[in-house]
Design a protein around this ligand. Sequence first.
Ligand SMILES: [Zn+2]
Length: 271
Amino acid sequence: MHKRNIVSLVPAFLLLIFCAEFLPLAAQQSGSATEHRKLLAIFAHPDDETMAGALLAHYAHEKGTGVYLAIVSNGEKGVMPHTRYSPGEELERVRIKEAECATHTLGIHAPILLGMPDGGLNNVRVLAELAAKLKKTIAEVNPDAIVTWGPDGGYGHADHRLVSAVVTQIVQEMGKPRLFYAALPKSRMPESTSELRFPAPFVATSDQYLDTRVRVSRDDETLARKSLACHQSQFRPESMERISDLTEKVDSGVAYLRSWSGGKKRTDLFR
Ligand SMILES: [Zn+2]
């Protein structure tokens, strides 16, 4: 080969090395190149994604949409009476596997685990660390929309409420992306949810605030039901059935959400 031709190949060779070194990381951070829009769900524990299971399955199967799930705590203290797992590392390992099973079932990306303390967010330094980790995650995923707990935290769990507050704080500071709270419509909720045997009743949102309603299919609901079944350390099979039955009855083919900054523009608090 002529010497001048070899020299002309050097930039191409260097580019090849650069690509081999850096592109896999870039591709991993930004998701598949075919994703032209991204949804990031942020919840407190493995199994919380159940609150938006059908919605996540719905978008996972929309062409060009990447769906991500960030889980704040690995739920290492969530010991339930029907299992024999020890709190700490053993239960953490089990629950990470369950979260991976759930994301795989829903057809979304593998969970992003933030490893914050289970039941231990109520501390100013811990909350600051959580905010920093969530900002980094949001910057890396670069979502167009985020779904998280509303201020109710479903049934009022302190970790759920705090995750909602920190995610809201970050979005109100950044001015993006769109933020939605997963919600239960008041008009469709049964008088009591005591049959679910959660520590406190589930809290509904008045229908007038549910400005975002996404149609989900029977297949999406089926995937949500299957993904809940991954969380065997948390629920007996009959409890999973009860939760899925009630969710499907309340939602009936619609995922209800409240957009955090929704509603008409106002110039007065009372008009
Ligand atoms: Zn939870």
